[in-house]
Design a protein around this ligand. Structure first.
Ligand SMILES: *Cc1c(COP(=O)(O)O)cnc(C)c1O
Ligand code: SF4
Length: 463
């Protein structure tokens, strides 16, 4: 499948509908409402059945804004926004697909379907890189489950009310949390735990609110987490980052939702009182930045003094094309959004469908960088968020006749690793760090022994 037709590359505004209506109601569709999406009537019964099969295994959630204003229904199934949100047959192996299809053809027993779905999910590496076990910190010897502290300066916080999204990306590496146990309990003292942890860790300068999408939360909940950080005991927390895909999936969060004004007011106050507020926006494709609503959301956020930085994985069928990245970065530059990271897609879920070899990822990165102004060349990558740290593929080179990958740590579990170049044997098929071998006949990468010791230590603590 190619996504480089000229028709797709130019911004076509004909699909922008009815932007005057100021108030939008959020209307969501999950696998149970697939049949109610009017645009799907154009598809054959066979195509709709295929979607049902996959949506019974992988999470599916989409909303009216995405359906009406992002997806070009004259260009499906190739349309990147359709690929971003709708299930595709090849996301499962032929064998997995047939097992579920066969069951759905002969049964509508919910328990039986759920059991098979769970079996297949277990085959899809639902919890990559042991993130959960290794990075959960302790406070007075109690595990703080909504917090991850991997890199010295930055604490990740997963507020329980923010563990869903306005729509789901088909490639999401957090997909496993969207299925099964959806009733994430709200614990009343969650905010106070976060605050106690931050107060005692003065080495931390950054709080990163993440999810899911923290912007699905009501403003009043966000305030409960963030406003206390204005107190003098948190003067070491200089940067408040909020990860979100709301500008893409529900820009009305910043425009016409009942508490949109309150949200902007909160950002404005944090900035006015000395915090750097960074909205870490997730954009995969320029199309997401092209609607009047998305551009209005960006304008409103910037007007508060908050900065918008952007990050995205590189994903086959959605954005594995240098021109798409170049156009996206250029548009971001025009709108005042700073490109921050290009990620390598993680080894989980429908990886078989989305993965791009590392050498190819680097080529796309390079070909995109070549095309844009220096001001838009601010994204680092392609970067793998792996166990030892964020590892960037700096390029492919040759040393003493041996073809190698040149790599470096952008972030390391030990800050001493940061910015040290290292080398791996070139492998045109490798898609992730664990598939790489050290170059020059060396037995291990420089960090490997230390990292293995860290893993053993973490295992001892969780036992
Ligand atoms: C990426 C990441 C961060 C933030 O790293 P920066 O390079 O400062 O953006 C923090 N914690 C974890 C676990 C991460 O993966
Ligand atoms: S917005 Fe982020 S967390 Fe939500 S589905 Fe997409 S990738 Fe996953």
């Amino acid at each position: 499948m190619t996504r480089s037709s000229s028709a797709e590359r130019k911004i076509d505004v004909s699909w922008v509908t009815d932007t005057e209506s100021a108030t939008r109601r959020f209307q969501v569709f999950t696998e149970r409402q697939l049949e109610q999406i009017p645009q799907l009537e154009k598809l054959s019964d066979e195509q709709r059945f295929t979607m049902r099969v996959v949506a019974n295994v992988l999470p599916f959630r989409v909303n009216r804004y995405v359906i009406d204003e992002l997806i070009d229904w004259d260009n499906i199934p190739d349309d990147p926004m359709f690929q971003l949100t709708f299930p595709q047959k090849e996301m499962l192996s032929p064998e997995q697909y047939e097992r579920m299809a066969d069951l759905l053809r002969r049964s509508d027993d919910k328990a039986e379907i759920r059991e098979l779905a769970n079996e297949i999910r277990q085959e899809l590496n639902p919890h990559p890189a042991g993130q959960r076990e290794m990075n959960v910190p302790l406070l007075d010897s109690e595990r703080l489950d909504g917090i991850q502290h991997k890199y010295r300066e930055t604490v990740l916080f997963f507020p329980s009310q923010g563990q869903t999204c306005h729509a789901y990306c088909t490639f999401c590496f957090r997909w496993a949390q969207f299925i099964g146990d959806k009733e994430l309990r709200f614990s009343a003292n969650e905010a106070s735990k976060l605050h106690r942890y931050l107060q005692t860790h003065t080495e931390v300068s950054d709080l990163l609110m993440t999810g899911g999408d923290p912007m699905v939360m009501k403003t009043k909940h966000l305030e409960g987490y963030l406003r206390p950080l204005l107190g003098p005991q948190f003067s070491h927390i200089h940067n408040i980052r909020i990860g979100t895909k709301a500008i893409s999936f529900w820009p009305y969060r910043f425009i016409s939702d009942p508490d949109a004004e309150g949200l902007l007011e909160l950002l404005r106050e944090l900035v006015a009182r000395g915090k750097q507020v960074a909205i870490m926006a997730h954009f995969n494709h320029w199309k997401e930045l092209s609607t009047p609503a998305a551009q209005e959301a960006i304008r409103r956020i910037r007007e508060t003094g908050a900065i918008i930085r952007s990050q995205s994985p590189l994903i086959a069928h959605i954005n594995d094309d240098a021109d798409v990245w170049a156009k996206m970065w250029r548009l971001q530059n025009n709108l005042g959004v700073y490109p921050y990271y290009m990620f390598v897609e993680r080894d989980t879920g429908a990886k078989r469908y989305f993965e791009v070899p590392l050498y190819r990822a680097w080529e796309i990165y390079r070909d995109a960088m070549k095309q844009v102004s220096g001001l838009a060349r601010t994204a680092r990558g392609p970067s793998m968020s792996a166990g030892p740290g964020k590892v960037e593929v700096q390029g492919v080179s040759e040393v003493n006749g041996e073809k190698v990958f040149v790599l470096r740590f952008i972030q390391g579990r030990d800050p001493e690793w940061v910015q040290r170049p290292f080398f791996a044997k070139y492998d045109p098929e490798a898609t992730w760090l664990h598939q790489l071998q050290p170059a020059f006949g060396e037995e291990k990468f420089f960090f490997q022994k230390q990292y293995e010791a860290m893993c053993e230590e973490a295992m001892r603590q969780t036992d």
